[in-house]
Each structure stands twice: as C-alpha cells, then as structure tokens.
Design a protein around this ligand. Structure first.
Ligand code: ATP
Length: 970
C-alpha cells in the first residue's frame, strides 16, 4: 500500500464506527446476505495481500551456527584446541602427523558439535512450524450467498464474517449483527472485563479503541453471543497490526529432558576433563619428559577427553521428538511444543469431557415427556391447535440454530436432534423460522445451561427457553395440566424430576422446554415461564472409547469424566465405559463440589471419577486437587472458559473440531478428531519417545566411556607393569587419535540415530506412568556402566592378547580398535529389547518389530569399519597392524561379538532381578497387546489397499479421458 493510501486508510479508520451498516456495506460494495463473489475476493486478496500480521525476521542459519560457539563447552574446547596449536609453536616443536590428527580431533569435534546443534535448532523450528500450520485457524464467511469456511489468511476487506462464542475475531470488522455480543479485548486495550458490543453507528468524533463498541478487532475474542461483521481492515492494517507491526515468534522453551541433557553434557565434560588429566599425567610421567613428550601427551589427552562428550545426543533427541510429533499428527494429536510430548508420556490422570470425546455426539430423540408422562417419540402426536403442543414444537424449532432440512446437517448435535425429530413430524424448521421471526436471543451458555429466543408468534413476542431440566425448572412457575395453565408447585417440580429419572438412568440427555409471553416492562426474559415438557436423547458412547479406557487403566492412568450433563446420565455412561467401577463409584456435581472444603474434596476424589453439571471453575479445582496429590494431569476442554483449566493442567488438550479458538490457544495439544482414544495413542507415543531417547543416551555414553576407559586402563597397566611392547618412547596408546575420531563421529552417530527412529512399542502401555520426579537417568547410569564394563573389558582383553602374543603394541592397538568399533555395531541391537517392569503374559505380549533403519545402520557401519581395516592407504592412516596373526583377528572379532551376547545376558538377568525385587508393585497387564498390534496392522493394510484402489481408479479414469479425447480428435 502506498504512503498516500496509508494516510487515507488511517483517516478512514476513524470513521468506520461512525458509518451506518448500509454505508459500510456500500463502501465495500457488498450485500451482507450474499457476501463477496469468490472472484472478487480472490482479486482483493491478490491486491491487499493475506490477512496476517508481519512475522519477526527469522534468524539466519549462519547466525544460528555462529551462536553455537558461544556455548561454554564450545569455548572450552576451542581453547583446548588453540592451546594444542600454540604450545608447540611456543616451544618451537615440529608437530608429528599423529599430533596433527589429534588437533583435528579436537577441532573436528567442536565443528561437528556446532553443526549438529545448528541443524537441530533449524530442524526443530521447521517441524514445529509445520505442526503449527496444521492448527491454522479458519473462519466462516458469506461468499456467493453461501456460508463457507476459509483459512483466516484469505479474508479480504468487504468479507462478511460470521463468528461465534470462543472464536477470535479474524480481522477488524464493523459489527452489523450482534445478539448479546461480548468481546474480550484485553489483548488490545488491557480492559479485563468483556465489552458489550452494539450494531448502531457512533458519533463521528475521535474515540479511543475501547469506546468503538460497534467495531470488532483482530486478535480479540468473543466470550458470549455471536457476531456478523463487515471486514474493513486486515493483517498489518488492522488495529493490532498497527500497534505491533511485527509479532515475535514464540520462542520454543527447551523441554525438561533437553535441559537435563544439557546438564548431563556439562557433567560428562567435567568427568572428561578429570579422565583427560589422568591420561596426561600418566603419559607425561611415563615419558622422557621432553617438551615433545609434553605436547604429545597434551594433545592426545585433550582429544581423548573431548571424545567422551556425547555431541550427537541433542540431534538424536530432536530427531526422535520430531518423528514423534509427526507420528502424533498422523494419529490426529497435534502437539504445539516438544515439551508436551514428554509430559503426555508421564500423564497419570486424564480428565476428559463426555460429549463428543467419550460419546459420538450424534444425538437422537428417543422419548418425550409431556403431560406428566413419558412416551416413545414415535407415539407423540403434534396438534397445532393445542397450545401446549404448539409451543412445545415451536420451542424445539425456533429456540435452535441447527438446520436439518433436505438431509443437510448443520449445527450443534443437541439441537440437530431436535430438528431431525421435527422433520420426522413433517415440520420444516426453516419455514417456521420464517413464519415466526426471531427478535432477540440469549445464546446457549454452558454456565447457565440454557438458551432463550424471543420470536414474533401471531403478533406476540413469545420467549422460548430450552436447556438442562433442573436449571429450566428453576425459572418456571406454571405448567400445563389437561390443557390448562396451572401453578407449578415445588412438589410438582420434584415429581417431574423423579418421573424423568428413569430416562437419565438409561444414559439419556434430558432437555426441557418452556415459554412465556414477554412482559413488555421487563428486559429480562427468564421470568415465570410455563413448563412445556422434555425430550430425552441418546448419545451413544464411541465404540473405541471403552477399549481406550481399558488400555489407559492397564497403563496405570486414571480416567475422569467431567461433563456439563446430568449426574445420573453421566454416571450411567461412565459405567458403560468402565470409568465408573467398584473403586471409583461416586459422582459429584458442581454444586456438591462447592459445599466441600479442600480436605473433604481430596477425600471424595479417592472414589469419584464422574463430575457432572460442572462449570469451568470446577475443572480448575479438580486439576489443582489432583496436582496437589502429585499427579500429572491431562485435561480436555473446548469452551472459552476452559482456558484456565487447560493452562493449569500439565497437558491441556483442546478439541480440534468442537473447540473454540481460545481453548486451542491455551492448550498444549490439539486433538484433531475430538476422540478420547486418540489421547491414549498420544500417551503411547509420549512414553515411547522418552524410552527411545533414554536408550540412545545410554548407548552413546556407554560406547564413549568404553573408549576412554580402554585408553586409560591400557596406559595404566603398561605404566605400572613397565611393559613397552616394542614402543620406542614407551607410551602405549590403545587407540590412535584418528581411530578415536572415527569411532565417535562415524560409528556411534550412525548407530545411535536409528535408536530414536525405532517403532513404538505397544507394550510400553503396560507400565505404570513414570514418576514425575523420577530422574531421566533412572536406569541410564546402570546401562552406561554395564555397557562400558563389558565393552572395555573385551577391548582391553583384545589389546593384551594381541600385544603379548606378538610383543607388538601396534597389534594390540589394532585388536582393541576392532573391538571398540565393531562391538557397538552388534550390541546396539540390545537397545531394541530393553524392558524392565513389563509383566505381560507371553501370548499377550506384542511381537518385536524390526527396526529397518537400525539394520541398515548396522550393515553400513560394519562395511565402513571393514573399509578402515582393509582399504590400502586408509588402513595405514588408521595404523592397522596388517601383520597381525589370523587367529588374533578372529579373537578380536569374537570379543566384539561377545559384547552383544554379554549385554543381552546382562539385560536378561537385570530384568529378572528387577521383576523379582518389584514383584509386589508390578501389575500384570490384562490388555492383549498382541491383538492390538494385529488390529493396527490390519487397519494400516486396509487403508493402504483403499488408497491403492483409489489410485488405480484415478489412473483408469484419466486413461479413459485421454482415450476418448484421442477418439474425438481422430
Ligand atoms: P461435555 O460433556 O463435553 O461437558 P455437555 O454437552 O454435557 O458437554 P454442556 O455443553 O455444557 O455440556 O451442556 C450442559 C447441559 O446444557 C446439557 O446437559 C444440556 O442439558 C444443556 N444443553 C446442551 N446443549 C444445549 C443447547 N444447545 N441449548 C440448550 N441447552 C443445552
């Protein structure tokens, strides 16, 4: 937009609120009932650009790379490297080829480390951005006379947008329809209370944003009511866009695991310095103590110490988390931060909504309560001349926004059940709504659990209300008895509720209806209404929910149902799903919760899994109580008011389909299909990724430690024994610098990355969730030690077998090198089978799935290793003693393979010992993991088959089209 235009635009901005609805529509050349045409919208989009705020400039890859050198560890390593170069220069010593290799190790590690860190940061950024785009907001606009949903980015000036409660206002709009609209503008104006909006034009004078109450601003959200508005400013031209022309990218906080790994790297570095100093001291003391020996010892000890640092850990963690985030997205769990994946794996309570998450949200009316009796819906007879019947059916059709006409199903499932039923009675809701136009409304609100409309019926203003029976009865003072309106006494109210109880016990949702002629002197509608009757509707539980709850229970996760529905209905559904059982048999309502103090509430929580008729504040109280008991809580939510509880929970999960923008914003996870079973797949993935990361850390550190320990032990033993094995200077290095570099940068990295890419294990769901306070190193330390002990022993043994039998230190080093580089190729496989606390019957345990990546990595590393031994030129660089006896080669390879067998045996013994010690705590999972695995496999095959059939059909179609075109042409 040119400067002139901007000036004009700014001038215009002042006037939007002073314009009448008609003026604003004329200005943008749009009919509010028809909206823009698609072509015109496209033209405007190209002209004005997308409706998004300018993003902060991304840090360039070079800067990210350079920044990694500011890390204290990198500074330390660079300092060590520089020292290794400066010291010989100062002492005027010419460096040997070996020393240069050592310096290369040091700088090589620093460089690779920095490269890896920057790749990891760039990759993490990309994958999170990709995930963010999955949750991109959409909005409803009227175009070509139809309501359609479009990405918020595609909104243009002149678009007619329709926004409902919980949605962010997608651009700056002039409100032209606003039944009881209230907007939270705190993000823009700082005003904490929602502002009531109007449609009338305001005075044409300067006004602050907060006073422009007929305008809706981008990034604010609707707390009540709904709005229709004409867009007058988009993207950076909107009020928020002008205040902050750029918004900062949300900086990703490191996950607790990533933080702990940074700590681990620090500790390992300290340990490396200690071991390095030890190596240096022994080497220097053992030598002739000449300046050359000093330089030699220094460079070698620094490169050996540097080799202990597990530089590829971070990239492995990022790869594992990125893969998991993608897998989760495939399973319809969209995580907004890597942190959430980790926490999801540790969850031990899931508080889930009922409607739509545990149930199908497909409601059908089964029974009708009218004239004090329950009858099957099929037996209900509509009589237009009977005022009770007339208003009852009117209330069903008029006090609702859903449309069921001609098979089209638009709207809230509860309301759709009503219009679907009236369609069965051969009544058309759209015609009725045209006949009896709506004059005003109070939209449904889950706090009040009621909805009210005012319609003009035969010249009178009739107020219709529908909602939860208990809430509705509170505002009714009359009812019909035998066609006459009589006073509704307290006793009669109790009687109605008692008569409806059997309906609730059948897990039906009971919705009551009332009406009144509006009192012109009263602004409020909820006074002295006439109770008309109720309908009872069924919302069947989701088929997969029961299995998912069983899986959750088996994995030590408690599932709590939180619903706005009636307690009896909720308890019945909970029983059917297995949420309510002999241990957790109670239900509590919001009102009952309010009566309890914290101690009493905590006590009740021990037996209560169902919370009914709750308001959003109760959800926060439930989360807090559970957290005070040390639980990690996942909480689902969809409404505006659910934000505090979603933010409070350890993992807030917003509903992707039915959730409001506000809920999605506060949550860490978005459930694309609103399905409870999907949460459990998320938990499974979370647990798996945690395990995989732990396994790769253990592997990397174990292998790194083995190498430095081998060097240290060989050095110490030869120093103590005085054996020289034919070395001229008497310093025996079990591994040369280049061999060290090869091992840490090639072998380990190639092998460790596929650990994070392994298939997720179903059986992990047989574990109880890990203790939140549990250290990430819980079994890692043992794993590292066992790996290092086995690996080092075999490598040291190989060294002495070769060195002693051939009296040649180089042969010893070659044998040790063979064990050091080949052993991990074999024993990396044991990371696949590591399991501790699982106790599943054999026939129920899943079959291990081969990690194809790992096999490929093992083969690749094996071939590369062989290359360093046999390729002429390379093997001399690696100082391979080609004259080594054949049997010593055999023994070295056998020792390398023995590490795998020993590690496998250690795993087996450890598991048995662990299971014996913890036998009382271990629950035997009754879930059949093998069956689940087979079911999943079949499902995958079916989808693949369907896809293949589709592709084939597509190909045939295009072939036919091509042939018929040829035929026509010829
Ligand atoms: P959840 O289980 O996810 O909390 P819910 O549908 O049970 O969902 P709400 O949507 O808060 O919870 O509804 C609470 C009560 O309000 C319902 O039991 C029902 O009686 C009533 N109700 C639901 N939808 C409507 C509606 N559109 N109009 C009027 N009353 C409604």
């Amino acid at each position: 937009m040119s400067t002139n235009n901007t000036v004009k635009f700014k001038k215009d901005l002042k006037r939007w609120y002073a314009m009448s609805n008609k003026e604003i529509c004329n200005k943008f050349d749009v009919d509010p009932n028809v909206g823009l045409s698609s072509q015109e919208a496209q033209r405007r989009l190209e002209l004005e650009g997308p409706n998004k705020l300018e993003e902060a400039k991304q840090t360039s890859n070079i800067v990210i790379f350079l920044k990694t050198f500011l890390d204290p560890l990198a500074i330390l390593m660079v300092f060590a490297g520089i020292l290794s170069v400066i010291l010989p220069l100062a002492l005027k010593i010419t460096l040997k080829g070996e020393n240069i290799a050592g310096i290369c190790v040091i700088f090589g590690v620093v460089l690779v480390n920095s490269l890896i860190s920057s790749i990891q940061e760039i990759k993490a950024h990309k994958s999170l951005n990709a995930l963010k785009s999955l949750a991109e907001p959409k909005t409803i606009v009227i175009r070509d006379g139809k309501q359609i949903e479009i990405p918020v980015e595609n909104i243009v000036r002149g678009d007619i947008v329709c926004i409902e409660t919980g949605k962010f206002i997608p651009a700056d709009i002039r409100i032209i329809e606003s039944p009881k609209l209230r907007v939270d503008e705190s993000a823009l104006t700082g005003e904490s209370l929602p502002v009531e909006k109007i449609t009338k034009s305001l005075m044409n004078k300067e006004m602050v944003l907060g006073d422009q109450i007929n305008l809706g601003f981008m990034s604010t959200f609707i707390t009540d009511g709904r709005a229709v508005g004409v867009v007058f400013a988009t993207g950076k031209y909107s009020a928020v866009g002008q205040i902050a022309s750029s918004i900062a990218n949300t900086k990703q906080k490191k996950s607790p695991l990533q933080n702990k790994l940074s700590q681990l790297t620090l500790w390992v570095s300290i340990f490396a310095v200690l071991l390095g100093s030890l190596i240096f001291t022994i080497m220097f003391l053992e030598s002739n103590r000449t300046p050359e020996n000093l330089v030699d010892a220094l460079i070698f000890s620094i490169s050996a110490a540097v080799s202990l640092i597990p530089e590829s850990i971070m990239i492995i963690v990022t790869i594992a988390l990125s893969i998991s985030a993608r897998k989760m997205a495939d399973r319809k769990v969209i995580v907004k931060t890597f942190n959430a994946i980790e926490t999801l794996g540790a969850v031990n309570v899931i508080c889930s909504d009922k409607t739509g998450t545990l149930t199908q949200n497909k409601m059908t009316i089964l029974k009708v309560f009218s004239n004090n009796q329950i009858q099957d819906q099929r037996l209900y007879r509509y009589n237009k001349n009977d005022p009770q019947s007339f208003h009852f059916i009117n209330a069903l059709m008029l006090c609702s926004d859903s449309i069921s006409e001609g098979g089209v199903q638009i709207g809230d499932p509860t309301e759709l059940a009503l219009t679907n039923w009236t369609q069965l009675l051969k009544l058309n809701e759209l015609k009725y709504r045209e006949m009896y136009p709506r004059l005003d409304e109070i939209p449904f609100n889950s706090d009040k659990k009621l909805m009210t409309t005012v319609n003009e019926v035969d010249g009178k203003r009739i107020v219709y209300t529908k909602g939860a029976l208990d809430e509705l009865l509170k505002r009714c003072s009359k009812t019909y008895v035998d066609g006459e309106i009589v006073t509704l006494t307290k006793a009669m109210k109790i009687e109605i509720q008692e008569k409806c109880t059997p309906l609730l016990e059948e897990a039906l949702r009971v919705l009551g209806f009332a009406y009144t002629v509006q009192n012109p002197r009263l602004d409020e509608y909820d006074q002295h209404e006439v109770f008309l009757g109720c309908v009872a509707m069924m919302d069947p539980p989701r088929n997969e929910a029961k299995t998912a709850i069983k899986r959750a229970n088996d994995s030590g996760i408690r599932v709590i149902m939180i619903t706005g529905d009636h307690k009896i209905t909720a308890l019945e559904i909970a029983k059917r799903l297995g949420i309510s059982n002999t241990k957790f048999y109670e239900g509590l309502t919001g009102e009952e919760i309010d009566q309890l103090n914290d101690a009493e509430f905590n006590e009740k929580l021990k037996t209560t899994n169902v919370f009914a008729r709750v308001n959003p504040e109760h959800k926060t109280r439930i989360v807090e109580a559970l957290q005070s008991q040390g639980k990690i809580v996942a909480m689902t939510g969809d409404g505006v008011n659910d934000s505090p509880s979603l933010a409070k929970a350890d993992v807030g999960i917003a509903m992707g389909m039915s959730g409001t923008d506000v809920a999605k914003e506060s949550a860490k996870v978005i459930l694309a299909d609103d399905n409870f079973a999907t949460i459990i797949s998320g938990v499974r993935e979370g647990r798996n990724v945690y395990e995989k990361i732990k396994r790769s850390i253990a592997f990397l550190l174990g292998a790194n430690l083995s190498q430095i320990l081998t060097i240290l032990i060989v050095l110490s033993i030869t120093a103590l024994s005085g054996e020289k094995y034919g070395t001229p200077d008497g310093i025996i290095k079990a591994l040369g610098d280049i061999n060290v570099l090869w091992h840490i940068l090639a072998v380990e990295t190639i092998l460790a990355i596929p650990i994070g890419m392994a298939h997720s294990k179903e059986t992990l769901m047989a574990y109880a969730p890990r203790n939140a306070k549990e250290s990430v190193f819980k079994w890692i330390l043992w794993e590292i030690l066992s790996m290092a002990i086995i690996h080092t022993t075999c490598a040291v043994a190989a060294f002495f077998i070769a060195a002693v039998s051939m009296d040649d230190a180089q042969a010893g080093s070659t044998a040790a090198y063979v064990v050091i580089i080949f052993a991990p190729v074999f024993y990396v496989w044991t990371t696949q089978t590591r399991n501790y606390s699982v106790k599943v019957a054999r026939d129920k345990a899943e079959k291990m799935r081969i990690n194809e990546w790992m096999i490929a990595a093992m083969v690749f590393a094996f071939i590369l290793n062989i290359g360093t031994l046999v390729v002429p030129g390379i093997n001399s660089g690696f100082k391979i003693a080609m004259n080594m006896h054949f049997w010593i080669w055999g023994v070295s390879f056998a020792l390398a393979f023995a590490t795998f067998l020993l590690k496998w045996f250690e795993n087996y013994c450890f598991r048995k010992i662990y299971q014996h010690i913890h036998r009382d705590e271990l629950t035997v999972a009754s879930f059949n993991f093998r069956k689940k695995q087979i079911r999943d496999e079949k499902k995958k095959l079916r989808t693949a088959k369907k896809l293949r059939v589709q592709i084939r059909k597509q190909k045939i179609k295009s072939k036919i089209a091509k042939l018929s075109k040829e035929l026509r042409n010829s």
